[in-house]
Design a protein around this ligand. Structure first.
Ligand SMILES: Cc1cc2nc3c(=O)[nH]c(=O)nc-3n(C[C@H](O)[C@H](O)[C@H](O)COP(=O)(O)OP(=O)(O)OC[C@H]3O[C@@H](n4cnc5c(N)ncnc54)[C@H](O)[C@@H]3O)c2cc1C
Length: 399
């Protein structure tokens, strides 16, 4: 089920749960299977990318004693899961932040029933919700009745991977600062070259780079991918995305501020712009406001040339809504522009039919495989959907 189908279904059923777009998305498990068959394979696997999909693929291979190496373009693991520890008195998720499902997803990911109790979560149910439209601040607090999901309290999505997944994979099995720019699968084995000229060989390769990285041709394949794969890839759409956190000396904002009408959000979920109290229910004495925006509305920010220009535009917008209080009480900010991350290049996927997903999940020549949030068969655009995609794609890969 894609996001749009989920939202429509929720509305039709009058589901008393999240039916806002993306950050509010509650996923439905279509695979629903938490069992994990043991895998047998005596070849060697290279995994391109250490985001949620690559990490969960590596986790499964490690659990099955299958030889692998993860090649990651950036200096650390996580991809669109990223944290900053020292901006505020609590760690902040600069990418994925909400848990768009029940907390049981953690034990499903780790395959360990004991784990739920050791992850400290907040039931995330903002009560003061406002909307800014046509120059007026409107009360949307009635919406809190329909909405509840989860966030981490004193940790982050990054900590989840660091604490529960990476130790099994082993940091020594990951090579960082290694952007792959060529995958040659013309021979018996696959030869993978990074931009610094290092060549790795393996029997099979899993590529977990984002849709925009793949569509942008950052990795060239030799021979070229089959036309059916190229056509399927063209169907996906990953717009711009940005998160900003600002510290103020006063809390002048509500729990959540929607910057577009509720119904336009529901009808076009590929556009979102929301300010929210990032310290909501955290153990914090600080006033930290988050901005989350994706889609064309995000592009006006992500395309700005300098960080100063961007923060000035945000403060001016908040000043208009809150009568100058933003500039008056501003202390500091941090910007995470996902569109400018060279090996992500945007937010997350909004398109792609189930046939395009099936096509992307097919192996090429029994050697090249793909995984990632965009081609998750449970739920796209989420961390656990990306993880599920990497984890299950390993069954296809070892066939
Ligand atoms: C602003 C924002 C907010 C979000 N909020 C939430 C949320 O609240 N909850 C939620 O569940 N999800 C959220 N998401 C979505 C979630 O973060 C993603 O769906 C998920 O993390 C994607 O994982 P992935 O492994 O598919 O891709 P990625 O995280 O992009 O991982 C791919 C990895 O591959 C690496 N790579 C790319 N190209 C190469 C190359 N050529 N060579 C080597 N390595 C390469 C990249 O550096 C990256 O580390 C959010 C995303 C964004 C951007």
């Amino acid at each position: 089920m894609n996001r749009e189908e989920f939202i429509k279904k929720s509305l039709l059923l009058g589901v008393g749960a999240a039916y806002f777009p993306s950050i509010f998305l509650v996923c439905q498990k279509e695979n629903g299977d938490s069992s994990a068959a043991s895998l047998n394979y005596d070849g060697e696997v290279l995994i391109i990318g250490a985001g949620a999909a690559g990490l969960m693929a590596a986790y499964r291979l490690a659990q099955n004693q299958i030889r692998f190496r993860v090649l990651e373009a950036s200096a650390t693991f996580g991809g669109r899961v990223k944290k900053i520890q020292d901006f505020a008195d609590f760690p902040i998720d600069l990418g994925a932040e909400w848990i768009h499902d029940e907390p049981t997803i953690f034990r499903d990911m780790i395959r360990n029933d004991q784990v739920d109790g050791s992850i400290d979560l907040i039931p995330y149910n903002p009560s003061e919700i406002k909307g800014w439209r046509n120059g007026k601040l409107r009360n949307h607090s009635f919406f809190s009745t329909f909405y509840s999901e989860y966030k981490f309290k004193s940790t982050t999505w990054y900590d989840f991977f660091e604490d529960f997944i990476v130790p099994t994979i082993g940091l020594n099995n990951m090579t960082f600062n290694s952007p792959v720019n060529e995958i040659d699968y013309s021979g018996n084995r696959v030869s993978v070259t990074t931009t610094n000229g290092t060549v790795y060989e393996a029997d099979k390769v899993l590529v977990t780079a984002s849709i925009n990285v793949l569509q942008g041709g950052l990795i060239s394949f030799m021979p070229a991918l089959p036309q059916s794969k190229i056509n399927a890839l063209d169907e996906f759409y990953m717009p711009d995305g940005l998160k900003v956190f600002i510290q103020f000396s006063e809390r002048f904002y509500p729990d959540m501020l929607l910057m577009q009408g509720l119904f336009s959000m529901l009808s076009d979920e590929s556009e979102e712009k929301i300010y929210y109290d990032a310290a909501f229910k955290k153990d914090s004495n600080q006033n930290i406001l988050g901005l989350f925006t994706v889609g064309p509305v995000a592009s006006s920010f992500t395309n700005m040339n300098t960080e100063q220009e961007l923060i000035n535009a945000i403060l001016a917008e908040l000043d208009e809504i809150f009568e100058g209080k933003a500039s008056h009480t501003y202390q500091k900010h941090i910007i995470q522009n996902w569109s400018k991350e060279p090996y992500v290049r945007g937010s997350y996927n909004f398109e792609g039919t189930s046939s395009a997903i099936s096509e992307m999940l097919k192996g090429v020549d029994g050697k090249i495989y793909f995984a990632g949030e965009a081609i998750s068969t449970s739920v796209q655009a989420t961390v656990h959907g990306a993880g599920q995609s990497g984890f299950y794609q390993m069954e296809e890969l070892v066939k």
